[in-house]
Design a protein around this ligand. Sequence first.
Ligand SMILES: [Ca+2]
Ligand SMILES: [Ca+2]
Ligand SMILES: [Ca+2]
Length: 352
Amino acid sequence: MKAQTLIKQWLSSPAHRLIHVFFIATLGLGVLWWALQGQTVKAQSNLVLSKDNGVDTVTPGQTLVYQIVITNTDSETATNLRLTDVLPAHTTFGLASDDGGYKSAPGVVTWPVFPLNVGEQTSRTLAVRAASSLPEGYVLTNTASVSDDGANGEDPAPANNTDTASSVIEWPVVYLPLVLRNYAIGPDLIVEDIVIGDGNIAITIKNQGKRPVPDALGFWVDLYINPSPAPTQVNQLWDPIAPYGAAWGVDREAIPILPGDSRILYLYDIYYKPNYSRLPVALRPGDIIYVQVDSYNAATTYGVVLEDHEMSRTEYNNIVRLIVDSYMPLNPVTSMQSLPEFPEADAMPERP
Ligand SMILES: [Ca+2]
Ligand SMILES: [Ca+2]
Ligand SMILES: [Ca+2]
């Protein structure tokens, strides 16, 4: 009983309470120290890689330029960084900056190793070309990865050492052949004006295209009076389809014709070909006249002058139509001096 009493007295004494508190506090501090110790941030390097090519869609055959950015976000220098990029299938390697090299067997681009200081950022550029046969909706996926030699500790977040850029193949809305057609650049001859008066017919032809009408070969202009059927295309001479008509060989000093320039042709002028013409005594109201410029060349399907619309196969604009509104006698050839001064030019496509 005496011993029990002594223990009770000790347990309830202030000295015991003090020791008890001290013991609990020491234990708590120890646990706290242990916990903090486990969370202490170790010195290390954390590499972060990001990759982008700036586009979401790409047309077949287009070149894609990828930018790969690597950052060391932690507190130690990273050494001997290895950067690799796995090219997407159906692409062709173009170039890699900073001496990057391509090995076709695994289809991987690698760069020479490099260090990256704390907080430092560096970038590499890579260009590849998408195959021209890729279908609409195909996804080109390109992944780059970086790692260091671990000399200053393991990367604490390896997931962000890799990044992928994806681009979806999108065919152009207007297909390539059509684009080329619409952008054909060449000469473009038109009949700008026809004036009937003073016993004559004046025909203004113009090159409204962006290239000169060349001077290598003269071209024909045909005039059709009451043709049936109406002329609609090149290589329709007036005489098989009209009772009357006329022809001019535009050659010699009339060519070349620069963009925007015009020439005026008259009945009986030096380009008029009486041998290939037959005119009525007079034009009458209701007569229908057609004029076609660059009307004939048996060797081609476009005449002599390959015009922009003939390259692009767009609307043919070389024929105009006119209805005569009043009676007008046509002057006959009055003198030989209005016939060609030069022998028949041989630089003209021969008519049948
Ligand atoms: Ca990382
Ligand atoms: Ca034309
Ligand atoms: Ca033509």
